[in-house]
Write a protein that binds this ligand. Structure first.
Ligand code: FE
Length: 196
């Protein structure tokens, strides 16, 4: 029988290693406590519309915060995994979102960026908590693209947002897990692609 790493194993490895993306110890600090073990047949992450503000060719970067930018700091991290909990390295994770006032930068690439998961299948973005707008509760837009696979497009949500239940697009299975350290919000979400 082939043994697969559990999420707990992956997190241990993540805490011990400082590989890929040049994330180093800062990545380990950004991680949340270990999750329950990965179940053997996870469902693919729910898909959602990309909405009207996606732009191709975002910069490759993990740091979306800029000097003087308003908003609460959030570090979003996690793994990209297959349904059998296999981590996927070199997988594109693209993030775009509104600023703290709920406004997208459609002229430039502010609060937009993509990166490749590291050798352990991890990603990390340093950004700010987006504001809500119109009928939309606060959310991150994400695309996850493994080589030669259909792109997974979805959105992630923050718990305890008063507008969550009034937003028809809100999905509880797309909630990030949140921890707070001082002024920093640490958000965690593991993506599951439809691969074995
Ligand atoms: Fe949006």
């Amino acid at each position: 029988m082939l043994l697969r790493p559990t999420r707990r194993d992956l997190l241990r490895a993540g805490a011990a290693a400082s590989v890929g993306l040049g994330l180093g110890p800062a990545f380990a600090q950004a991680e949340l406590p270990p999750t329950p073990e990965c179940i053997s047949s996870q469902a693919e992450t729910a898909r959602q519309t990309e909405g009207p503000f996606f732009k191709r060719r975002s910069p490759e970067r993990s740091q979306l915060r800029e000097p003087g930018m308003a908003g609460r700091l959030v570090d979003l991290s996690g793994f990209v995994l297959t349904r059998t909990c296999r981590p996927l390295p070199r997988t594109i994770v693209d993030l775009w979102h509104a600023d703290e006032k709920g406004v997208y930068d459609n002229a430039g690439f502010r609060l937009r960026g993509h990166q490749f998961t590291d050798t352990e299948g991890r990603y990390l973005f340093r950004t700010i908590v987006p504001g809500d707008y119109s009928f939309r509760t606060a959310h991150f837009h994400m695309k996850v693209a493994a080589r030669e696979r259909p792109v997974l497009t979805t959105q992630l949500y923050f718990p305890d947002q008063p507008k969550n239940l009034r937003d028809p697009l809100f999905r509880p299975e797309l909630l990030m897990r949140i921890a707070r350290t001082g002024d920093l919000v640490r958000a965690r979400f593991d993506f599951v692609l439809d691969m074995s």
